[in-house]
Design a protein around this ligand. Structure first.
Ligand SMILES: Cc1cc2nc3c(=O)[nH]c(=O)nc-3n(C[C@H](O)[C@H](O)[C@H](O)COP(=O)(O)OP(=O)(O)OC[C@H]3O[C@@H](n4cnc5c(N)ncnc54)[C@H](O)[C@@H]3O)c2cc1C
Ligand code: FES
Length: 339
């Protein structure tokens, strides 16, 4: 029942329903209630959260979001991450089989502590949350950028530190509004609103070795996974292979980060490649796409669990290589595309 502030969303032909508080999207309210609504980016880019409204009204936050195709729009489909109900609602959607991982997402404030420079256009930003925050390695937060809107940024730190410190590796996007605001306008002591944790590409313990693959700021979640797996005794005796790709040698910031990783868990092997052949003379290491290096360096890929993050063309190349060329089962692939 609507009370003006809250509306109920009901799934057609299923007993599932949940309440959406004022200001929340259909997707976020579902995840807070433990409803396994399908999603990936929470940002309007991937299209995983499509649904069809059958009864009731919604407000669309980003009607032109790229996650909807022309055909979707013709068929009246919407994105749950970009819709707020304005009345009680009945919808058609296919849920996931598994419940979303705990902890459920919640909103909090976080005070900016400062940042460590990693490259000319990438830094690790640190914040202190005002209440105990929690996440699984590989998950991300939605950060509200004043006057601009929310953006997804993946946690880079160890989850055990989350109560006191939350870190994110952020890259400046040329002409990007949020990323440039974070680099140029954010001052120590400023508070930002966050909503977290989100994301399904989180670390799982299956007994297999891990392969972590990242390009650019995709390093953020992959570093969090490396920080957790190398210190967790449950991963002792296993190997975490970290592959990092940048355009030129100046982008390769992993050596210093890897030196600081703790012990007691998985052993870490880090390999890097650059993609710009014109910079090869200053490098002396592998040149080419990062997924090509993975295929060259590792045997029997299907014996590993894969975690990979970065720009969509990079994640798509990794996914195709693993599934089509090496027959790695889809259940062993965990990835986030940074739309
Ligand atoms: C799951 C996930 C995790 C990510 N993790 C990281 C990370 O750890 N580090 C990092 O540097 N980047 C990360 N990103 C990318 C990040 O969220 C931003 O897209 C990036 O910083 C560029 O934002 P911008 O505002 O600077 O660029 P802009 O070009 O100004 O904005 C681009 C982004 O803004 C969003 N957007 C544009 N218009 C609208 C609109 N009308 N309404 C709502 N949204 C809109 C879209 O998401 C789009 O991709 C992640 C993205 C995703 C999806
Ligand atoms: S989760 Fe809604 S478009 Fe990606």
């Amino acid at each position: 029942m609507s009370d003006g502030q809250r509306h109920r969303v009901r799934l057609k032909d299923a007993p599932t329903e949940w309440e959406v508080a004022h200001g929340d999207t259909i997707l976020r309210a579902a995840l807070r209630a433990g409803v396994p609504f399908p999603y990936e980016c929470n940002s309007g880019g991937c299209g995983s959260c499509r649904f069809t409204p059958l009864e009731g009204r919604v407000e669309e936050l980003w009607p032109d979001a790229p996650g909807l195709s022309r055909r979707d729009i013709r068929k009246g489909r919407k994105l749950a991450c970009q819709c707020r109900p304005t009345s009680d609602l009945t919808i058609e959607a296919r849920l996931e089989n598994e419940r979303p991982p705990a902890p459920a997402p919640r909103r909090f404030q976080a005070r900016y502590l400062g940042r460590d420079r990693l490259t000319a256009d990438m830094a690790e930003f640190h914040f202190a949350p005002d209440a105990a925050a929690a996440f699984l390695p590989g998950q991300y937060a939605m950060i509200a950028i004043p006057g601009i809107g929310e953006r997804a940024y993946s946690f880079s730190g160890h989850p055990a530190e989350a109560g006191a410190r939350l870190s994110f590796i952020i890259k400046r996007t040329p002409d990007g509004r949020a990323s440039n605001w974070l680099f140029d306008q954010l001052r120590e002591g400023d508070e930002l609103a966050m909503d977290a944790p989100y994301g399904l590409a989180h670390l799982r313990d299956t007994g297999r070795d891990l392969v972590l693959i990242a390009g650019g700021s995709g390093l953020s979640p992959v570093l969090s996974i490396a920080r957790a797996a190398t210190t967790d005794p449950a991963f002792a005796g296993r190997t975490a292979h970290l592959f990092y790709g940048g355009r030129g040698p100046a982008d390769i910031c992993t050596p210093a980060l890897v030196r600081e990783l703790g012990g007691g868990g998985a052993g870490l092997l880090c390999r890097n490649a650059i993609s710009d052949p014109r910079q090869a003379a200053d490098w002396g290491g592998p040149v080419g796409m990062i997924h090509e290096l993975v295929a060259r360096e590792l045997n029997d890929l299907a014996r590993h669990d894969f975690y990979f993050c970065g720009p969509p063309p990079m994640t798509e190349a990794v996914r195709r290589m693993l599934m089509l060329d090496h027959k790695v089962p889809f259940g062993q692939l965990h990835y986030d595309r940074f739309f």
